[in-house]
Design a protein around this ligand. Sequence first.
Ligand code: SAM
Length: 250
Amino acid sequence: MARISYDDQTAAAFKAVREVPRDGLGHWRDAVSRHLSPSPGMAVADIGAGTGAYAAAFTDWFDVDILAVEPSAAMRARIPRRPGIRVLEGDATALPLPDGSADGAWLSLVIHHVPDLAAAAREIRRVLRPGAPVLLRQGFPGRVDTTRTFPWEFFPEIAQRVTDTYPSVEHVCQAFATAGLRRDALEPVPETLTNLADFLAQLDTFRRADTNMRGLTEEEFLRGKEKLRLAVRDGDDTPRTNWLDLLVLR
Ligand SMILES: C[S@@+](CC[C@H](N)C(=O)[O-])C[C@H]1O[C@@H](n2cnc3c(N)ncnc32)[C@H](O)[C@@H]1O
């Protein structure tokens, strides 16, 4: 069971406001390229592919073939259908892929939804060719600086209330170690998001589609929204940057 239900309403909200704008993802493009060494035609499993933002980005950036595995029908329905992307029903512990068929695995903001990480690690290892990397884009407990993580500056409770309950780097590494995959790299990667006025306009929709924001109480949410409203009123229009980790195992 995922932490939230990715039903039709959540999927529509996710598609509308949770996909990071492509021009804010330049550092991710560089980081993935360094660790995946992509070449045209390479098969990459995008596990928990969501609405397909990274499936589309990876095919555009690297000309790889994406196997987009996603358990939620509503999220899956929103993955772009186009050459280079195969959309498949499945989850991290039951991948509809043959042994040794993928040259890499990408899991963006997925592992906190996976109840049995060791089982997922074994299944991911099964579908990878030997030496192929697993790349996780993730916020880990204790590794997020709230002052430079958006929108936590407005909703600081997210750190204690939600992200601290996610699997730690050590927990994830232990689970993957049982499947014979070891930590290869861990690096924070920035991404550039929207400006504050646009974010305020999208906030209620964003909340519907975000596990972190859904973990806030109504009072915490309204307090943060008011801080945000005042910042917009005072003319703060600096684009915000978010930092997440890239954890690579192989
Ligand atoms: C926060 S969304 C991220 C979507 C996409 N990876 C992205 O970054 O845009 C989490 C996704 O993980 C999927 N998910 C939940 N449980 C899963 C599981 N056990 N295995 C694979 N995916 C899962 C959800 O259905 C949802 O689409």
